[in-house]
Design a protein around this ligand. Sequence first.
Ligand SMILES: Cc1cc2nc3c(=O)[nH]c(=O)nc-3n(C[C@H](O)[C@H](O)[C@H](O)COP(=O)(O)O)c2cc1C
Length: 176
Amino acid sequence: MILIIYAHPYPQHSHANKRMIELARTLENVEVRSLYELYPDFNIDVAAEQEAVSRADLIIWQHPMQWYGVTPLLKLWIDKVLSHGWAYGHGGTALHGKSVMWAVTTGGGENHFNIGSHPGFDVLCQPLQATALYCGLNWLPPCAVHYTFVCDDETLQAQARHYKQRLLEWQEAQHG
Ligand SMILES: Cc1cc2nc3c(=O)[nH]c(=O)nc-3n(C[C@H](O)[C@H](O)[C@H](O)COP(=O)(O)O)c2cc1C
């Protein structure tokens, strides 16, 4: 099962993520948990989230980039759900053998990430990748959709198709 942990603060105003979610939903064995709709008060049901994660083979952290990082509710989800004794630490093996993919949309393009002493998009993977590896997850190459500020509908739709294809290929590889 592919579990999409979807953390868009304003899903009804989305252009890029909305298309990606719509197409991903057309695949079998894909479950979407829209965190901002499930928990508008930020009161995450940790047991329900851990139960969903337990059933997943691939977890996807999907969100629009905000200030070079994850959205606040996704950060809280990571803090609460990946708990000691469950995701890491003594007896914390719940995530071992599962995979995770970061699916992120960004308003900016390549130049947007080429500022500061640690330029480039790839360095932004570090906190999530390190978290994943710390918990025994297998880190897959991210799916990043850039330039959402300038992309037309057709381009965004093509990006969403590419996303769906990535998920489909992952599913096929599991069965092969
Ligand atoms: C508070 C806030 C911070 C943002 N920070 C960034 C950023 O650091 N880098 C970037 O490329 N885009 C940034 N954006 C733009 C969003 O990533 C972009 O609007 C989103 O990916 C588009 O996806 P959507 O159509 O699904 O909303 C930011 C947007 C908001 C509202």
